[in-house]
Ligand binder design. Structure first.
Ligand SMILES: [Mg+2]
Length: 182
């Protein structure tokens, strides 16, 4: 089992569909020459980096933005360049079922058996990822797309990652020297 991953969706997670509070600013992002208007919160990066650091986890994108997230999203929310799940363009319901099923298939292939937390707003993603063969320990944190990622979601992830570390064997903390016998 490798170190845990923390997977990030963009639309509906870092980019909520409604502007929820003043921390968000409007940004124009133009991957491949197509302009999208996004709400992004510059405070999200710090929250996510703190989470990953405290849990010994690795952040990665799990979004249709793929590597474009490193160009257009990361710098605006305070995240460094991150690895990403390669998710091809959705081929349509007839070939792939739902968006959640399509993403889950590619997430499962990419994470292999590493444990992971996934911040995601697709409503069926939890069921779809759980049904993928060979999937390891995971927590899908369902995000409400109108309001996006909040501190409550981060704390759910932090608790789960802490429990995971407890299940994974002895602590990596250095041993305290024994007290000399009196
Ligand atoms: Mg989404």
């Amino acid at each position: 089992m490798g170190s845990p991953l923390v997977l990030l969706d963009v639309d509906g997670v870092l980019n909520p569909f409604q502007r929820p509070h003043r921390g968000y600013k409007r940004h124009r992002c133009s991957p491949n020459g197509v302009t999208y208007k996004l709400w992004l919160d510059a405070g999200h990066g710090r929250m996510l980096l703190d989470l990953a650091e405290s849990a010994g986890a690795e952040l990665a994108w799990a979004s249709y933005w793929c590597d474009e997230a490193n160009t257009w999203i990361g710098p605006r929310v305070g995240l460094p360049e991150l690895p990403y799940v390669p998710i091809p363009r959705f081929p349509g319901i007839a070939d792939a079922g739902t968006l959640g099923a399509w993403k889950a298939r590619h997430v499962a292939a990419w994470v292999e058996r590493r444990p992971f937390v996934w911040f995601e707003d697709e409503p069926d993603a939890a069921d779809r990822i759980a049904a993928e063969p060979g999937i390891g320990d995971h927590l899908l944190v369902a995000v409400e797309p109108d309001s996006g990622l909040t501190g409550r979601h981060i704390e759910l992830a932090r608790t789960w990652l802490g429990d995971l570390a407890g299940r994974s064997g002895p602590s990596q903390q250095p041993q305290q020297p024994e007290q000399p016998q009196q």
